[in-house]
Design a binder for this molecule. Structure first.
Ligand code: HEM
Length: 449
């Protein structure tokens, strides 16, 4: 790959379909398509289509997109598919409103505030482990999704939620299916939400049910006046500088956003970690040695995390190879210049952690699962945006510390109790939907240590 030159006003890229541009080839296999584009055309690739877009493959250009030029950009229009569920929550809101909300909510995710959630994480992991039977075969991705959803529901809503988890689960799944259907089918993408297709009706029904639960919880909490440690309380009692509090509708949008953004991504990280560990027993052996030395047979707790360094490297290395958010898109709101090219309003930009995390300029033997590479000052010496599983700049993931704590604690707690082995050695392929999911179930055999 070569850094681009600015001799032409448009960088090179694949020719594509006369009308749809890169879309047909992209839709067939987005990961392969983007990697091939980067290999063939270099650090900036022009993708023709209904919305001409630029694929940015160099950390410096990604920094321009996420940091130095971000004021000219907005979130991608793809987000509109998720609007009925996420509304004006942090993930989709823009401008001064987003800034005010982010400023208000940020402290709720500070390390010191989320520390209390470590116990919930371990408690729910133990409950899951109590339901596992030695020798059983389970889909580990399904297990991780259930576990992180229970943890999210508990930490966001407190104790009242157990009986409502099914409704939340259905709404989140309906939303993910809705997104998959519409983002991979141009006709469905262009079709407005109010057209009563079966998919749209199902999606609306799931949102309605979730709204019933969320608004009830908001009402109950408001009328009880109880202030607890969970995120719902924090959202209800946060005050803007002018003394105003969030409306029920805004609390609902934020809560839905946390539910969606905050559980599937972590579940995917863990699912891919189990897959990689099962394929690399030498890494698993080192993990076990660390767990035995640090934990000496007991459950992990928050205070163990600084000493569970190898555990953390496994999570970092898993997210390098299988970044849950595999592409970060933006839409250009005002003409600007990125990577030396003039870029027009309305055009798209994409940075892909999947592509950049496998670039041999930053990671030697990039396809190899090697947690040891994170030893010493490896991360400090990387260009800032050579590794960006949580995005970056002002819109960096607000749940980064929460997710890292959860992933490390759960990995440590489960790995010290069970040996998890793939039932089949057949490769599990990643599927690039809204997030990077396993294409098929990850069937594993559970053996007690
Ligand atoms: C391994 C787990 C996670 C990964 C890989 C991840 C990744 C990301 C990425 C890449 C973004 C930036 C998207 C963009 O710039 O367009 C983001 C934003 C966001 N994430 Fe996460 N995330 C994870 C866990 C969480 C958790 C646990 C929560 C909440 C509890 C959360 C809540 C959010 C929110 C609200 C945003 C939007 C922030 C804003 O725009 O101000 N995420 N996440």
């Amino acid at each position: 790959m070569n850094t681009s030159t600015t001799s032409s006003p448009i960088p090179s890229g694949p020719n594509g379909h006369f009308l749809l541009g890169a879309l047909p080839e992209y839709s067939r296999n987005p990961l392969e398509f983007m990697s091939k584009c980067a290999r063939t055309y270099g650090d900036v690739v022009y993708l023709t289509g209904l919305i001409p877009s630029y694929l940015l493959n160099h950390p410096d250009f990604i920094e321009e997109m996420l940091v130095t030029q971000h004021q000219h950009l907005i979130k991608s229009q793809l987000g509109k598919i998720t609007k009925p569920l996420l509304g004006n929550g942090l993930l989709l809101s823009e401008g001064d409103f987003w800034k005010q909300q982010r400023h208000l909510i940020q402290p709720a995710f500070h390390r010191s505030r989320i520390a209390a959630y470590a116990e919930v994480m371990i408690d729910y992991t133990q409950r899951m482990l109590n339901t596992w039977l030695p020798g059983e075969i389970r889909d580990i991705h399904h297990e991780m999704m259930n576990l992180t959803l229970m943890i999210a529901a508990k930490t966001f809503f407190g104790s009242e939620i157990e009986s409502d988890v099914d409704v939340i689960d259905r709404a989140v799944k309906a939303m993910l299916e809705h997104f998959d259907r519409r983002s991979t089918n141009l006709l469905l993408f262009l079709l407005p939400d109010y057209v009563p297709t079966l998919g749209n009706l199902r999606f609306r029904h799931a949102i309605k049910q979730l709204d019933t639960v969320v608004y009830r919880l908001i009402q109950e909490r408001r009328s009880s006046g109880k202030q607890t440690d969970d995120l719902l309380s924090m959202l209800l009692y946060l005050q803007a500088e002018d003394g105003t509090r969030m409306s029920d509708r805004q609390v609902r949008d934020e809560v839905n956003t946390f539910l969606l953004a905050g559980h599937e991504t972590t579940a995917l990280t863990l699912s891919w970690a189990w897959y990689l560990l099962s394929k690399h027993p030498e890494v698993e052996a080192k993990l076990l040695a660390e767990l035995q030395t640090v934990l000496m047979g007991r459950s992990p707790s928050l205070s163990d995390l600084p000493r569970l360094r190898y555990t953390e490297w496994i999570i970092l290395e898993t997210m390098r190879l299988y970044p849950p958010v595999w592409a970060i898109p933006r839409t250009v709101a005002q003409d600007c210049e990125i990577a030396g090219y003039p870029i027009k309003a309305g055009h798209g930009l994409v940075a892909s952690p999947w592509v950049v995390h496998r670039d041999p300029r930053w990671f030697s033997n990039p396809d190899q699962f090697n947690p040891d590479r994170w030893n010493n000052d490896f991360a400090k010496n990387l260009p800032t945006f050579a590794y960006f599983p949580f995005g970056g700049g002002s819109r960096i993931c607000i749940g980064k510390a929460f997710a890292m704590m959860e992933a490390c604690l759960l990995l440590a707690a489960i790995a010290s109790t069970y040996r998890i082995r793939l039932v089949s050695q057949e490769a599990v392929k990643p599927w690039a939907s809204l997030t990077l999911r396993p294409k098929q179930a990850i069937k594993v055999c559970l053996n007690r240590r």
